[in-house]
Design a protein. Sequence first.
Length: 318
Amino acid sequence: MPFAWRCRRCKGPPLAGGPDGKPWFGACPNCGGSYDADRISVGDDEVDGAAIQPIKDGEAISLSDAIAQENVDTSTHRLSSGSPGVDHVLGGGIPIGVAILLVSPPGGGKSTLLIETLRKLAMARVSVLYICTEESTRQMGRRYKRLGKFPPRLVVVHQKDIEDILEEIRRRRPKIVAVDSLHDIEGVCDDNGAFYSSGSATSVLLAAKQIRRCAGELDLTSFLVAHVTKDGDIAGTNTVQHSLDGTLYLNGQQKTIDGRLIIVGVERTLRCDGKNRFGGTGGVARFQMHPDGLHDLGPWFDSHPPWAARRDNDEGAG
């Protein structure tokens, strides 16, 4: 019998959470408060949010029915990531059906943060698909074996062509899909059939829009990874931020070596970078990078911690 978590204050619908330890939702998506949750046993359909069918786009229904579904089906609107820090920054868990951009300078640990978040979701019986454009599955196995065991619900695949990526998403229909990264996607073309080289500003933007559209049609949440230039800007084009629902920026102490911006040291901060359609942008979480992965130290409520490097600082603080 699978289990989920229920807010101790409002006793709302079950929420997916981590497999052990006490979950922390940041803010309960049902009552809006930050409270402890109780572990409960539920059926498979309740965990995966399949008990209630979503309203189809374009379907004519009464407004009262739409409001009723909104109230009853809140458990499918957010999932606990199993990470207190990630949930806090996102405003109370991972929203369903949105597209989130994840960026950091080289060495920041964005792929590590992403794969660990996906692992926790998979351990909570959430179906997850990780599409890597940069490494083969063998290379991924070699890279992530240091992080420990992974549940079978976390499926990884190596694809570079945009059509293959979209087909993989449609075929598997996971609850969460992650694409790492946008800059290595090939075969991207516009509506007129003009192709663009991988990594170009237009290619990155079009790939993000196509993946978001595909995931949105299936009511999936998508995490899209992007690189950062030596100036701290998103490589390719900053306009990709405006085409998505939110941007997570993982940062740390910055140094410029041979004209290249990199992250050094163990301290990391995660925050929403200027845009979050599904919550606020003031939340900050603290992490530390260790040989066995990123350690989540939870929310950080000091807006100017001495070790938190911001994008508008050349060197950060350390």
